[in-house]
Every structure is written in C-alpha cells, then in structure tokens.
Design a protein around this ligand. Structure first.
Ligand SMILES: Nc1nc2c(ncn2[C@@H]2O[C@H](COP(=O)(O)OP(=O)(O)OP(=O)(O)O)[C@@H](O)[C@H]2O)c(=O)[nH]1
Ligand SMILES: [Mg+2]
Length: 194
C-alpha cells in the first residue's frame, strides 16, 4: 500500500459521533502500552499523528485517522491498565464492544501483542471475541527490536500456545516501530481487507 496522505479525523465515544461517510475501517486493539499508536505513526510515516506515551492509558477514546482519503485506521483505547478506575474500565469495555459489534464499516481487527511476553488473559479474550464476531484478524507481535534473533521462534510459539491460529481469517506478523520490520506486509494486509 502506498500512503499518499493521512490526517486525524475525529475522536468518539458513542455511535452518533462515528464518521458519517462510508469508508472502510480497520481497528487496532491491544493492551495499554503495547504500541498501537506507534504502529499507526510508523505505517503512515508520521512522527506524532497518533499520540504515543510511555505513560499507559493515554488513548481514552476511539480515534479515527483518515488515510488516502479512502479509509480509517481506528486507535482503540488499550485494555488491561490497572490504574484506570473500575468504572472507567467498564465504560471502555462497553464502548469498544458497541463499536466492534455494530460497526458495519469495520473490515478487520489488528490485535497487538507484546512479543516479550506471552499473550495475557485480556489478549486471549480479545482474540476469541473477534473470532466470535467473525472479524478478519491480524495478530501483530510488537517491539520485535527488543527480541534477539534467536528468540524469534519463541515469540511465534508463545502465540501458537495461547491462540488458536487455525481460524481461517487469521494472519500473524512480527513487527517493530523502531526497525520498521514488516511495515510493508502490514500495509498489504490492510489494503487487502478494505
Ligand atoms: N522498542 C520499541 N518501543 C516501542 C515500539 N512501539 C512502541 N514502543 C514504545 O512503547 C511505549 C508505548 O507505545 P504507544 O504506541 O503509545 O502504545 P499504545 O498501545 O498506543 O498505548 P495506549 O495508548 O496507552 O493504549 C512508548 O514508549 C513507545 O515508544 C517498538 O516497536 N519498539
Ligand atoms: Mg495509544
């Protein structure tokens, strides 16, 4: 995919705030701090379009980024961040669920998992939920620049051990926003699902 242009479009917490045009959407989900906003910036070759932070819990709304005047990338608030209050977490959960379950423009879900750790309970729950919703899924193992070459197999094995990758609509990529590993493959996956 060739990125011609990209821009922040809007932030939403409810359906009536979602974009009104009929562009396809690809959403990104994953634990807080896993690298969702960084992946968006890397893919779009923009330094600071999606706000990143070493402080987890930064993204608290569904943030829509318009790409090539033809589709949206949707940055979803990170799950599993302990310092967010129980009430806020429940609100996040409901907002994300509403979006994933009802949004017809949504064509695929990218689930980011930190390559340094085994998938968490939340990661597994998100993956199984997306399967249940019949969404095409791309599992992305992030921060691969922190992994020794010799440990690459272990990253894949950790994913295979915890996620049933035999589902027909699942692809897997290793990725790094630092080294830009597989950024082209990521763009190709998105393009083929719009
Ligand atoms: N080494 C390395 N660090 C990364 C990579 N991607 C993101 N980071 C760092 O991880 C931290 C979190 O990145 P974000 O992109 O803000 O994570 P997020 O998933 O958007 O987090 P929330 O918005 O809180 O859900 C930042 O300090 C990033 O610089 C990567 O590929 N390699
Ligand atoms: Mg973020």
């Amino acid at each position: 995919m060739i990125i011609k242009n990209s821009e922040y479009a809007l932030s939403a917490v409810r359906e009536d705030q979602f974009p009104k045009d009929d562009f396809s959407e690809i959403a990104l989900a994953g634990r807080s701090n896993v690298g969702k906003s960084s992946l968006i910036n890397t893919l779009l070759k923009r330094k600071n379009l999606a706000r990143t932070s070493s402080q987890p819990g930064k993204t608290q709304t569904l943030n829509f980024y318009r790409v090539n005047d033809s589709f949206y990338l949707v940055d979803v608030p990170g799950y599993g961040y302990a310092k967010v209050s129980q009430k806020k977490r429940q609100e996040f959960g409901e907002m994300i669920q509403d979006y994933l379950e009802t949004r017809e423009n949504l064509k695929g879900l990218i689930i980011l998992i930190d390559s340094r750790h085994e998938p968490t309970k939340d990661d597994i729950a998100m993956y199984e939920y997306a399967q249940y919703l019949n969404l095409p899924i791309l599992v992305v193992a992030t921060k691969m620049d922190k992994i020794k070459k010799s440990q690459t197999n272990k990253v894949m094995n950790n994913l295979k051990k915890n996620l049933d990758l035999s589902y027909e609509n699942v692809d897997v990529l290793t990725f790094s926003s630092v080294s830009k590993l597989h950024v082209n493959e990521l763009g190709d996956w998105i393009e083929s699902h719009l």
